[in-house]
Design a protein around this ligand. Structure first.
Ligand code: NAD
Ligand code: UFG
Length: 348
């Protein structure tokens, strides 16, 4: 069985390609390398001894995408390709709408044209906006507070409309909470360009001596220690959730004698169900790297919420998936990757 992975050289994509190959699937990757390096796939090959076919194509390139689909004839697409920096999306919204919405529309047009109607989409907990309560269930109301979040919500709605118009599609929307960590080999991991926006890559760069101290954005939130609480999930657990999603489509179709669209449209949270504060993270990472990490308390970052963590029960019940790795393991694996690759994939 062949799976086409858009954005497959990126952080979550490369870990998912690895798990797909380990599960015995064939993999084709499409990525324009705007936020990643092909080196990630070379390392996946070194780890697994198996190779994914790589196409350096932009998902907005209709002819390029058609060629890939006609050549590869994938059973399903896992769609990671997109821009994801919240702050940048506020500065340059048109680029985000063009890339994320435009790219997804082109992808869906081609999928429809060639008759590939199985898709797993990378959505985000950001679609819950500022939730009224935690843990967050899939049936909570959705909203978005920035252009990045709006692209995720719009794509979810585009996929719902597509399904309403043609029920031979199988569509799984996976809403990720906060992915961190790296493959246990220390060979692949998150490699953000410039100064990281997200907490874990920032903390890891402080630990490796590339940044001076952690800036804690606010300690007056309505949380046990006053700092923001999130549901951090190991990227390998997250990657395995995608394998379960593909297997769910296959098994449901098999159970219904190959009926196209047997599964329909489903939404699942991928989180652990545990919330950790910024100070919990600083403490856990200090333990992982064996030194106290310096931090200062700064003002709140605009748009941040107090608490966000998942109710992951539905994914457990319907996909047979739950997260296995704890926070110490997430930090240990992040540290192994960061300490062995202080300059990410550019490390000599
Ligand atoms: P990433 O930037 O590492 O990976 C995205 C990949 O998509 C990159 O390799 C990039 O080069 C590629 N890409 C972007 N636009 C493209 C285009 N037009 N054509 C072809 N390739 C293109 O990010 P990630 O953290 O691996 O995230 C993967 C997906 O998961 C994204 O859609 C993101 O929005 C979503 N997501 C991420 C998080 C997170 O915190 N990392 C949380 C929730 C959802
Ligand atoms: N934080 C700091 N200092 C930093 C960075 C972050 O204190 O340098 C705090 C934030 O205020 C927040 C927590 O650490 O309380 C986590 O912040 P991140 O930026 O790592 O993650 P967010 O929860 O803000 O957002 C991330 C992605 C979004 C995605 C969301 C849910 O950036 O795209 O997870 O999946 F939508």
């Amino acid at each position: 069985m062949k799976i086409l992975v858009t954005g497959g050289t990126g952080y979550i994509g490369s870990h998912t390609v690895l798990e797909l190959l380990e599960a015995g699937m064939e993999v084709a990757v499409v990525d324009n390398l705007c936020n990643s390096s092909e080196e990630s796939l070379k390392r996946v090959e070194q780890i697994t001894g198996k190779k994914a076919v790589f196409y350096p194509v932009d998902i907005r390139d209709e002819d390029g995408m058609r060629d890939v689909f006609l050549k590869e004839q994938p059973y399903a697409v896992i769609h990671f390709a997109g821009l994801k920096a919240v702050g940048e999306s506020v500065e340059i919204p048109l680029k985000y709408y063009d890339n994320n919405i435009g790219g997804t529309l082109t992808l869906l047009h081609i999928m429809k044209e060639v008759g590939c109607k199985n898709i797993v989409f990378s959505s985000s907990a950001t679609v819950y906006g500022n939730p009224a309560s935690v843990p967050i269930r899939e049936d909570f109301p959705t909203s978005a507070t920035n252009p990045y979040g709006r692209t995720k919500l719009m794509i979810e709605n585009i996929l719902r409309d597509l399904y309403r118009s043609d029920d031979s599609w199988n569509i799984i929307l996976l809403r990720y909470f906060n992915p961190i960590g790296a493959h246990e080999s220390g060979m692949i991991g998150e490699d953000p360009a410039g100064i990281p926006n997200n907490l874990l890559p920032y903390v890891a760069k402080v630990a490796v001596g590339k940044l001076e101290k952690v800036h804690v954005f606010g300690n007056d939130y309505n949380t046990p220690d006053g700092t923001g609480v999130r549901d951090y999930i190991h990227v390998v657990d997250l990657a395995k959730g995608h394998i379960k999603a593909i297997e769910k489509i296959v098994k449901t179709e098999e159970a219904e004698n190959g009926k196209a669209g047997a599964l329909g449209l489903k939404v699942y949270n991928l989180g652990t169900g545990n919330g950790y504060s910024v100070l919990d993270i600083v403490a856990a990472f200090s333990k992982a790297c064996g030194k106290e990490l310096p931090y200062v308390i700064d003002p709140r970052r605009a748009g941040d919420i107090d608490m966000c963590y998942a109710d992951p029960a539905l994914a457990k019940e319907e996909l047979g998936w739950s997260a296995e790795y704890d926070l110490d393991r997430m930090c240990a694996d992040t540290w192994r990757w960061q300490s062995r690759n202080p300059d990410g994939y550019a490390t000599k």
